[in-house]
Design a protein around this ligand. Structure first.
Ligand code: FAD
Ligand code: DHB
Length: 380
């Protein structure tokens, strides 16, 4: 097979890149190890920043988002005895949207613009520093496959082969805690997300729709999700989120999904090697506290699609040449913000750290400059 751009990975980065390239008149083929159903059902991110909503809307992918997504003006930040609303519209002139990654993925599949070969194995990249790179793989029926292309886009997340094909420097931080995440068939107990500092550990009340809640608890690394009963999870969430505080109540409901998510920061530089370009989690991972992972992936492919259209249609290499440096500026801003939110809100067991965190939280909610800094970074 021959195409202009061979894309590895049909997550949001790979499918959106294929969609934007098609709109720019550039052909692409995507290969993906998992099935279409598996990729579409994976529960991951849930918050879109304003710039992601604008990009998806301009790309013709906004109909369901605008009909079913929930626009939020801001978030609540709290610690025992205190809950404060940060109004991003007022502070930064921007809002955020609750719209699950599963829904973005469904919209991309429904658009039908990407040609995807699902359930491949043994994906390998070849000759990426020449102008005839190619990708090989085995199709689900055992037939060998090969895609010859002008460019390869590595959108295969942190476990895929693309990032290993870039001789690069990696910057990494692992955190001494994980999140236990649940999905529950119950109306959210809050109108906007609650980020809660608590001496027993961080908790987050998020949501997916008016009838589905998504909540997280800070837990030690290596926690087995099945070691927590549903009852224990709801009791701990009630404690950390302040059930009873000023009359607020957390309503529990049936838990339909439970998983543990380790936390890591990772940045690989550069994001390009010859004719191979990395985008999304293949190049960087952030801890989820600032809700940035999906938004960064969207930002990367917005840049990359413009660069590849210029390179392949107008033979103009300037944007492609600048891609890695341009993308990394935003990547490092989000890496810092995600690290900052994470270290401000997760308890380490050290009483000195706890006092510093509480002091910082009080500053963020009482200083317009502090609140605006959080709002600008969160809303994108
Ligand atoms: P991915 O979504 O990982 O897509 C990569 C694709 O490449 C996958 O479909 C994979 O199957 C495929 N692939 C891998 N190897 C190969 C191969 N060899 N050949 C072909 N295809 C391959 N972000 C948030 O903002 N908030 C959250 O709450 C949140 N929760 C998360 C929970 C989990 C468990 C994980 C893993 C991530 C979470 N994230 C969250 C991060 C967010 O989901 C990612 O940043 C986002 O999915 C990045 O999109 P992507 O397309 O770059 O990567
Ligand atoms: C969600 C995840 C986050 O990391 C976050 O900061 C906000 C919301 C979510 O899954 O809904």
């Amino acid at each position: 097979m021959r195409t202009q751009v061979a894309i590895i990975g049909a997550g949001p980065a790979g499918l959106l890149l294929a969609h934007l390239l098609a709109r720019g008149g550039v052909a692409a083929i995507v290969v993906e190890t998992r099935s279409q159903q598996y990729v579409a059902a994976r529960i991951r991110a849930g918050i879109l920043e304003q710039s992601s909503v604008s990009l998806l809307t301009e790309a013709g992918l906004g109909d369901r988002l605008h009909a079913q997504g929930q626009e939020h003006r801001g978030i609540y930040l709290q610690w025992p005895g205190q809950r404060h609303h940060l109004d991003f519209m007022d502070l930064a002139g921007r809002s955020v949207w609750v719209y699950g990654q599963t829904e973005v993925q469904k919209d991309l599949v429904a658009a039908g613009t990407a040609e995807v070969i699902y359930e491949v194995s043994g994906t390998a990249l070849h000759d990426v520093t020449t102008d005839r790179p190619y990708v090989t793989f085995t199709e689900s029926d055992g037939k060998p496959g090969r895609i010859d292309a002008d460019v390869i886009a590595g959108c295969d997340g942190s476990f895929g082969p693309s990032r290993h094909a870039v001789p690069s420097r990696a910057f990494e931080r692992t955190y001494p805690y994980s999140w236990l995440g649940i999905l529950a068939e119950v109306a959210p107990s809050t109108d906007e997300l609650i980020y809660a500092w608590h001496p027993g550990g961080f908790a987050l009340h998020s949501m997916r729709s008016p009838t589905v809640s998504r909540l997280y608890l800070q837990v030690p690394n290596g926690t087995d999700p099945s070691a927590w009963s549903d009852r224990q999870i709801w009791d701990e969430l009630a404690k950390r989120l302040g059930h009873g505080q000023d009359g607020w109540k957390l309503t529990p409901g049936p838990i339909t999904g439970k998983s543990v998510l380790p936390m890591r920061s990772y940045v690989q530089t550069p994001m390009r090697h010859g004719r191979l370009f990395l985008a999304g989690d293949a190049a960087h991972i952030v801890p989820p506290t600032g809700a940035k992972g999906l938004n960064l992936a969207i930002r990367d492919v917005a840049l990359l699609s413009r660069a590849l259209v210029a390179l392949l249609r107008s033979k103009d290499p300037r944007l492609a040449g600048a891609y890695s440096d341009t993308a990394l500026q935003r990547v490092w801003r989000c890496t810092h913000f995600s690290w900052w939110m994470t270290t401000m809100l997760h308890t380490s067991g050290d009483p000195f750290d706890a006092q510093l965190q509480l002091s910082q939280l009080r500053w963020v909610v009482s200083s317009r400059a502090g609140a605006a800094g959080l709002a600008e970074n969160y809303a994108g």
